[in-house]
Ligand binder design. Structure first.
Ligand code: APR
Length: 240
């Protein structure tokens, strides 16, 4: 595909893009996420069984955001967002706020956000910076102890799937950055994009589980490869 044929871009990001900012990825060799099995902290069942543990876990992750900053990969995508004249959508699986802190605007959090709370009493979702483990009252309905992290756990439906699928069906280029390709539906986006006729590129430290589906791949650190790719695409160089 020639550069002039690329107008609409969809970018999927995962934990690997935030690794160089100092945030842990999920699927480490020890199988643990910050010392916990994912199923003990990232499922609705875990929250029902031990809400204190789950709230403390996400309170710690939310507090950690104050200690980290966007890296060169987040900054490069924010620059692409600002300068790309065609359609662009950055879909992140990450619950950190590093894309938006770098300045990205055309983006969405398909797995929710650490800085959002969801009231199981009244159903409202709201921006949230503080702890939830202290069982604060909901600012909307006033009931205490009903707020949970607005995070999409295993077994729950990701956000904005209609909008994501519509963007994928219009995409000329799909780029996956820093994700292991282990979790659906995000892991299937590459196939939707190919079905729609898009070119597909993977940028990751190592081949992901779905590496086979991508037409081209670049392996290495996101902080180095993403700025280089953004330079190319903005200069009109064909991705490969
Ligand atoms: N640059 C590029 N890629 C990297 C880097 C880096 N500096 N460091 C790690 N990676 C790669 C890893 O090799 C791995 O393939 O990023 C990927 C991270 O994979 P996961 O830890 O599985 O994270 P992710 O794909 O985002 O997980 C998906 O699973 O637990 C759920 O909901 C959670 O959104 C999360 C989803």
């Amino acid at each position: 595909m020639h550069q002039h044929d690329i107008r609409n871009i969809v970018i999927l990001t995962g934990a690997g893009i935030s690794a160089e900012s100092g945030l842990a990825t999920f699927r480490r060799p020890d199988g643990l996420w910050e010392g916990h099995r994912v199923e003990d902290v990232a499922t609705p069942e875990a929250f029902r069984r031990d809400p204190e543990l789950v709230q403390a876990f996400y309170d710690a992750r939310r507090a950690r955001l104050k200690e980290v900053a966007p890296n060169a990969a987040h900054q490069a995508l924010a620059r692409l967002d600002a300068e790309w004249p065609g359609e662009l959508l950055i879909v992140t699986q990450n619950v950190d706020d590093l894309h938006e802190r770098a300045g990205a605007r055309r983006m969405l959090h398909m797995h929710g956000e650490l800085k959002s709370a969801w009231c199981l009493g009244c159903g409202d979702r709201m921006h949230w910076e503080e702890r939830l483990g202290d069982r604060p009252p909901c600012p909307s309905c006033g009931v205490a102890g009903k707020l949970r992290p607005d995070i999409v756990w295993f077994g729950e439906m990701p956000y904005d799937m209609d909008r994501i699928n519509a963007a994928l069906m219009r995409a000329d280029l799909f780029v996956s950055i820093g994700t292991s390709g282990a979790v659906y539906p995000a892991a299937g986006f590459v196939q939707t994009a190919r079905y729609a006729g898009a070119s597909t590129l993977e940028i990751n430290l190592e081949p992901s589980q779905g590496s086979f589906f991508f037409q081209s791949s670049r392996f290495g650190k996101a902080g180095e490869l993403v700025p280089a790719w953004v330079d190319e695409i903005l200069a009109g160089i064909v991705p490969s």
